[in-house]
Structure formats: C-alpha cells, structure tokens
Design a protein around this ligand. Structure first.
Ligand SMILES: Nc1ncnc2c1ncn2[C@@H]1O[C@H](COP(=O)(O)OP(=O)(O)OP(=O)(O)O)[C@@H](O)[C@H]1O
Ligand code: SF4
Ligand SMILES: [Mg+2]
Length: 441
C-alpha cells in the first residue's frame, strides 16, 4: 500500500516540477544592474529608501508565463528626517502609491532597501508585530472604515491587539486620541455612516496615530474632501506632528497642499524620483525639466503676473515599456543625444537638492558615459548577431538531416546537400569571426 502511495507521490511531484518549470520560466529578465550598495543607517533619519524597485509581472498565455514587467517603482532613493514630512508628487500612474505600499511591505519588493528608524523592514521576521510602527491613511475614508463598528472600536481595535497602553488606561487613551483628532467623546458609539467625509478622515487619522507609529504614509488623504475641510485636516496633521513628532510621507497630486505641509518634496516620473529638495528650494528653483513643467501649472493669484505655463507634449509612456535612457526624453524640450541612451545619475546640485538630469552633469562625465554606452551597445548587437547566426545554422542542420533522410527527393528544394553544407560552413566561420571581434571589444 505504501509503495502505491509513494508511486503516486513521485508522479505528483514530477508533474509539479514540470508545471513549475513551464510557468516559472520567464522570457522577461529583471535587470538590477547599477544597484546601489546597501546603505548604513544615518542618525536622525526615520525613513531611508535605497534604490527601491517594485515590478509587477505581466502574465500571458495558457501557462501564464511572465512576459514582461510593469516597472511601477524603478530605483527610488530618498531619506526622511525624524519628525518631518516629505511630499511626493507626480502625474497619475507614476508610482506614488506603489512606492508607499512597497515601503510598508504590503508588496514584496523586487529589489532595494527600506530602513525605518534604522531597521530593515524586509528583514523583520514578525512583520505583523511591527505593523503599528508603520501606518497608512488612505484617500477614501469611507471604504477604509468598517461600517459595522462604532468609532471607539475602530480606533481601539489595534490598540488593544498590540497592547499599546495598559488595559486600565485604554478608555482614557481612546478619548484622548479622539480629542487630539477633533472628535468629541460622545462620538464613541456612533457608526461611520453618521459622519461627514472630513470627520471620517479624522477617524482614519485617529486610528493610525493611536498606534504611536514611527512612520505614517498618507496617500492622497485630502483629495476626496472639499477645500475648506482639506485645510482643517491638513492642519490636524501638522498639529499632531508638532505635538508628537510623527514622520509623514505625504502623497498628493495637489502641489499647493504639498507645499503647505511638506519640509521636503520629491517629484516622481514613471517610477523614478527625478528631483527632491527642501520645499522652499524646490518651489523657488525647480531644476528638472519635468518639475519645471509641473510647477508652471500652479496658478498665480495675481492678475498682473502672466503665467508661463509649459505644456508637455504627448502622454506619459507605459511603465511596462518605458523609454530607454532618461524616461522623460520623449517629452523633454531640452533632450540631448545622451538622454536617449543613458540613465541620468542622481546628483546633489546644492545642499540637499538632488536631481537626475544630464543638464547638470559635466561634459567629461557625459562623454565617458556615452562612450561606455556605445561600447556596451556594440557588444549587445554583436551578441544578438551571433545568436541569430547560431539559430540559422541550427535550422540549416535540420534541413540537411531531412534532405539526407529523403534521398528519393520528396523535399521540394533546389539546394543540394553539398550546397547546404557549404552554407553551414560559411555561417560557422562568420560566427567565429563575430566571437573573436567581440572578445577584442
Ligand atoms: N497590483 C498591481 N499590479 C500591476 N500593476 C500595478 C499594480 N498596482 C499598480 N500598478 C501599476 O503601477 C503603476 C503605478 O501605479 P500607482 O498606483 O503607484 O500610481 P500613482 O502614482 O499612485 O497614481 P494615482 O495618482 O493615479 O494614484 C501604474 O501603471 C499601475 O497601473
Ligand atoms: S536628462 Fe535629458 S531628457 Fe532627461 S530631463 Fe534632463 S535634459 Fe531632459
Ligand atoms: Mg495613487
């Protein structure tokens, strides 16, 4: 009986291995070359993000093979100091939410490093236990609140589970958190549907901040609210930060909101952080052509000042097939030859002002990068040529074999076996020449 069991176990295992091989084999390769080396924690930083990538696989075909990747976050690097706010802006689909969620380990990162208060988030064994330290406030306060729970329970559920305060202090603590967030005590037994949008967002904020988090990711927390309520909620965030020293990553597409709340601002384009600096510096001296275009759209409340709005041509390219070199080159009016070839490195152009653009790289460095690119490109083309030639030889050999097996001449082909053999010989010679050329490069 046990032999029969073993037999079926073995067959099952064999089928699984074959299935895994078919489904796991991917035509798409993740290129993480050029990754930064791991970073060390710097005192005073609450969040340190080093070359973070989040690629989502694109599956196709019957066996759902991975045929490519949506490069939602493609090598993002920045730091946030303790008790400060970093705003993250950029067009829809540029990867702001994915950056936030990958930092919180809600996705499995593709590569890179995330340190929260010096601790590598992706190396933490019990992430559930660590969760209170990293909280998120979502855009839509209604869908993120359970409609069947009264407010006190919504705010207190995780406080209880993670034993944030001793049992005896629990009730007072919830009352205090509610008061801090502008929610009177008598709201405790009310349900989410009994509140306005602004009040619901206050409940979400209270729920997150009750856990005394080290880092709070605010993903468009005021976008769903009307303007007057927006101001109240933003001021609430600021007041709580002043009182308790919270650190925020504030995601928004509203530049005036970001300017008001942030100490520093990062600008994202197609999965990359193209520029980041202190808020004043960035708004006064935007350096990257994309930031310039984005900021030129901010209305100036003065009828005598003419707006110099920069209209970007075309639409944002697909993150599944981003342009080579600088991803912004297809829409940049200052695009140069090198921009279509090489990825611009991140450069500190003044203290704390980082920008990824060839306009700020010196000529010698650009020349060196372009030369290196040309050599690597020539090698790549040569390797492709060798691969093509080898495939051609393989096909000829098959043809020759078939021809020899069909000596009665069934194959309708005017070529003789000698001619095919000659072509194979010539092709093999040229492959050898290509290989020796490649070795010389
Ligand atoms: N789970 C997922 N699977 C596959 N692709 C995804 C997934 N989540 C996001 N994407 C893709 O990643 C890219 C970035 O999405 P993300 O939601 O991070 O953008 P965003 O900057 O937050 O946009 P918005 O301002 O509209 O909220 C988009 O192209 C999106 O389609
Ligand atoms: S690197 Fe080139 S294409 Fe990219 S933003 Fe700078 S100038 Fe424009
Ligand atoms: Mg988003």
């Amino acid at each position: 009986m046990s032999n029969v069991k073993d037999f079926f176990k073995k067959i099952g295992h064999g089928i699984k291995v074959v299935y895994d091989k078919i489904t796991m084999t991917s035509n798409a390769v993740i290129d993480t070359s050029g990754d930064n080396p791991p970073i060390e924690h710097q005192e005073g930083n609450m969040l340190e993000v080093n070359n973070l990538r989040q690629y989502f696989p694109i599956k196709a075909g019957f066996f759902k093979r991975t045929v490519g990747y949506v490069k939602a976050v493609d090598g993002v690097t920045f730091n946030i100091k303790k008790g400060t706010t970093m705003g993250l802006v950029g067009e829809s689909g540029c990867g702001k939410t994915t950056t936030g969620r990958t930092i919180l380990r809600l996705y499995k990162k593709t590569s890179g490093q995330v340190l929260v208060d010096g601790e590598d988030v992706y190396k933490i064994k019990n992430i559930r236990k660590y969760r209170p330290n990293m909280q998120i406030v979502f855009q839509d306060p209604y869908s993120s609140l359970s409609p069947r729970m009264p407010v006190a329970e919504i705010i207190g559920e995780a406080v209880k589970e993670h034993k944030i305060v001793p049992k005896a202090e629990f009730e007072d603590y919830i009352t205090k958190v509610m008061n801090d967030c502008g929610l009177p005590e008598y709201y405790k037994q009310r349900y989410p549907h009994e509140f306005s949008g602004g009040q619901r967002q206050r409940i979400c904020i209270a729920r997150a901040l009750a856990l005394k988090p080290k880092l709070v990711i605010c993903d468009e927390p005021v976008s769903a609210l009307d303007v007057s309520i927006q101001a109240q909620v933003i001021n609430l965030f600021k007041d709580l930060q002043e009182k308790y020293g919270f650190t925020y990553l504030f995601i928004s597409h509203d530049l005036s909101v970001v300017e008001h709340i942030s100490d520093q601002v990062g600008v994202m384009y197609l999965g990359n952080l193209v520029e980041y600096a202190q808020t004043d510096e960035l708004f006064k001296h935007p350096a990257h052509p994309y930031t310039e275009a984005l900021f030129s759209a901010i209305p100036i409340p003065d009828p005598n000042v003419k707006m110099n709005r920069i209209i970007l041509e075309g639409t944002i390219p697909s993150p599944a097939n981003p342009p080579r070199g600088c991803k912004f080159h297809t829409r940049c009016s200052k695009c140069m030859g090198i921009c279509k070839k090489c990825v611009p490195p991140q450069l500190e152009i003044s203290e704390g002002h980082f920008v990824s653009c060839f306009l700020y790289i010196d000529e010698d460095k650009k020349k060196e990068m372009e030369e290196e690119f040309d050599i690597n490109e020539a090698k790549r083309l040569e390797e492709e040529r060798i691969k093509e030639q080898k495939n051609f030889i393989l096909k000829l050999k098959k043809k020759l074999k078939r021809k020899k097996n069909n000596s009665n001449g069934n194959i309708e082909d005017s070529e003789t076996t000698e001619e095919i053999e000659d072509t194979i010989k010539d092709s093999e010679d040229s492959v050898e020449t290509y290989i020796s050329d490649l070795e010389k490069k």
